[in-house]
Design a protein around this ligand. Structure first.
Ligand code: EPZ
Length: 420
């Protein structure tokens, strides 16, 4: 086990490179199951979740080859064991993304029950309802979900609630169905678009008739392809918050500003100076104390739930009162109790958090609980007086590539040490 030790109080200045998006890499890696030929994927972030997905594909029979310039070639044409084992699903819920492609290509899948996680029960009932409507026979026991089908059929399915991986799973399941599949109330996250663009560039026929309806015309096969994963807007947003919370000046390179629109709007509302270019976003918070902002998380193009914890940390030391409403997950305030240990003034009422800005936070020993909650604790540690120790940092390594190296390059003082 390891922990991060952060010496707070440094203003961050400089430039940081954005990595590839974890939440685009995961569905695109899962979609390689659909191909008869090897697929090369580039710009994958070096993260635990990505290695878990590669381990899962390999455990099913995919051949993984690491290429030069950081590419990975995946040949999933000879999968002989369409099963997602417990120890892999337990560590990464996104393993459920292999369900759709396995059914589409091999007609069967065995997935360990994903269970809940710290941010909510996170059922996959919409995934299963859609696959069932497409003709999958689904049975379950306490450990596994068993799915099989002679032939998935094109259908017209409406998601009861927007689901990112649900949308991705059913798009992948529909790729080879004869006829036209219509999916309504689909997610519009850029990571879903990256999967659609990748599959279309490989010969699939996927289109949107309106913002949230996706149409898939079945095709016979997909062609060999290479793809570079789009940049991670949540990582980029997190480093911009690091610049804001330390009253610093940070430029994130390798990110298109259009991916960050709702986040950029909030920074401007708070009084930060934002400049953008084709592939960078820069924040200057040196000139003023930021004013706290109200936030209500929504599916894209609304304010992303994956940035909620990070902006809560920022609001705790910004001027005035603010309210954050978490509309996507039912338990995504695990970071509140830890931020309060550092002196934050936050009160909770159901899905709302009321924050009163304080003059400063004080370093403390805190524990990470989930990926984005741990990011918010790192951000709070950057400004917490004296020293902050963060335990259970395996959560953060699932979604942030070398976070302490990137932040130390901007002037932070963070050390990773083993807990003996
Ligand atoms: C994806 O999770 C992301 N993960 C999450 O990122 C992100 O927070 C989330 O979308 C929302 O944007 C990946 O893409 C790998 P949902 P996902 O299905 O697809 C309910 C991170 O920090 N729901 O869009 O699992 C669900 O409980 C992670 O990188 C059902 O009820 O989220 C939630 O309340 C965390 N039944 C809401 O819908 C279902 O079958 C949205 O969940 C599916 C979802």
């Amino acid at each position: 086990m390891e922990r991060l030790i952060i010496k707070g109080g440094n203003q961050l200045h400089g430039e940081v490179e954005c990595s590839g998006a974890k939440n685009a890499g995961l569905p695109i890696l899962a979609s390689t199951i659909l191909f008869d030929d090897p697929v090369s994927v580039f710009n994958l972030p070096h993260l635990k979740d990505i290695s878990t997905m590669l381990e899962l594909l390999n455990s099913m029979g995919s051949m993984i080859r690491f290429e030069e310039d950081d590419g990975i070639e995946i040949d999933s044409s000879s999968i002989n064991n369409p099963e997602a084992r417990y120890e892999l699903v337990k560590t990464m819920r996104a393993s459920v993304l292999v369900m759709g492609p396995l059914l589409a290509k091999y007609g069967k899948a065995k997935i360990s029950q994903p269970g809940g996680c710290n941010i909510g029960t996170r059922p996959i009932d919409f995934h299963l309802a859609g696959l069932q409507q497409m003709g999958a026979n689904i049975t379950t026991d306490s450990k596994f979900i068993y799915l099989e089908t002679e032939n998935l059929k094109a259908t017209h399915f409406k998601f009861p609630k927007i689901s990112v991986t649900g949308t991705e799973n059913l798009i992948m399941a529909s790729i080879f169905c004869d006829g036209t599949t219509t999916l309504e109330n689909c997610a519009r996250e850029p990571e879903v678009e990256d999967l659609i663009n990748f599959l279309n560039s490989s010969g699939a026929k996927i289109s949107r008739t309106d913002d949230s309806t996706v149409i898939i015309e079945g095709v016979g096969t997909l062609n060999r392809n290479n793809w570079s994963i789009l940049p991670d807007r949540i990582e980029a947003g997190t480093y911009l918050v690091a610049g804001a919370i330390t009253n610093g000046h940070v430029k994130v390179n390798g990110i298109q500003p259009t991916l960050l629109e709702p986040i950029i709007e909030k920074f401007k509302e708070m009084g930060a100076v934002i400049s953008t270019g084709k592939d960078f976003v820069e924040i200057d918070a040196t000139l003023t104390d930021l004013k706290a902002c109200n936030i209500s998380t929504e599916p894209f193009p609304g304010f992303p739930t994956d940035m909620q914890a990070q902006f809560m940390a920022l609001n705790t030391i910004s001027k005035g009162e603010s309210t954050i409403v978490e509309n996507v997950f039912e338990n995504r305030f695990q970071h509140v109790v830890e931020l309060k240990k550092m002196g934050a003034d936050i009160s909770l009422n159901g899905s709302s958090a009321m924050i009163n800005g304080v003059a400063n936070l004080v370093g403390s020993s805190v524990t990470a609980s989930d990926l984005r909650a741990s990011a918010s604790l790192v951000l709070a540690g950057l400004v917490g007086k004296n020293r902050t120790e963060i335990e259970d940092i395996f959560h953060i390594d699932r979604g942030y590539e070398c976070i302490e190296e990137k932040l130390n390059k901007l002037g932070a003082e963070i050390v990773r040490e083993p807990i003996v």
